[in-house]
Design a protein around this ligand. Structure first.
Ligand SMILES: [Zn+2]
Length: 155
């Protein structure tokens, strides 16, 4: 499916209530046709006064609409981005992009909500071609080589 802004906003509201105790403030939602991510939360870091601490603000949630993805994957992507938002909007510091805090929240939500949120997602050959039509031949040749290798292993 291809999500709309309204769809993403209604998912956001539902998961905010289910998994974050409605603690997340509303966030502007934008659709993206980038080739490099399925979802992304962007923000700026700024001091509100001269010697004040750096604070994260101006949040935007971007969800990719270039690929036709299964609904469950789109929902998991929205929740994944909401975990990033949850950490950033609370001004918490994680050990890395998908550090201890992120993984703890991901594990909690996967267990509570029976979801399959992950920190990486491997695109199928068809999805790669959809993203990079000009590389169709290389992508097909590559997966052909890979499957030949597999066949060799099996015999
Ligand atoms: Zn992430």
């Amino acid at each position: 499916m291809t999500p709309t802004v309204d769809y993403i906003k209604s998912c956001f509201d539902e998961y905010n209530a289910l998994f974050f105790g409605n603690s997340l403030p509303p966030i502007p939602v934008k659709l993206s046709s980038a080739r490099t991510f399925l979802g992304k939360v962007t923000f700026t870091r700024r001091r509100s006064w001269l010697f004040g601490p750096l604070r994260n603000e101006n949040f935007v949630l971007r969800i990719n609409t270039r690929l036709d993805l299964p609904e469950e994957l789109i929902q998991d992507t929205i929740i994944h981005e909401m975990i990033h938002y949850y950490i950033a909007v609370n001004q918490w510091k994680d050990t890395s992009t998908h550090g201890k805090l992120f993984r703890r929240e991901m594990a909690r939500i996967n267990a509570e909500g029976n979801r399959h949120i992950s920190i990486s997602y491997r695109l199928s050959k068809e999805q790669q071609i959809e993203l990079y039509p000009e590389r169709k031949e290389q992508i097909e040749a590559f997966s052909l080589r890979k499957s030949q290798k597999c066949n060799k292993h099996q015999t």
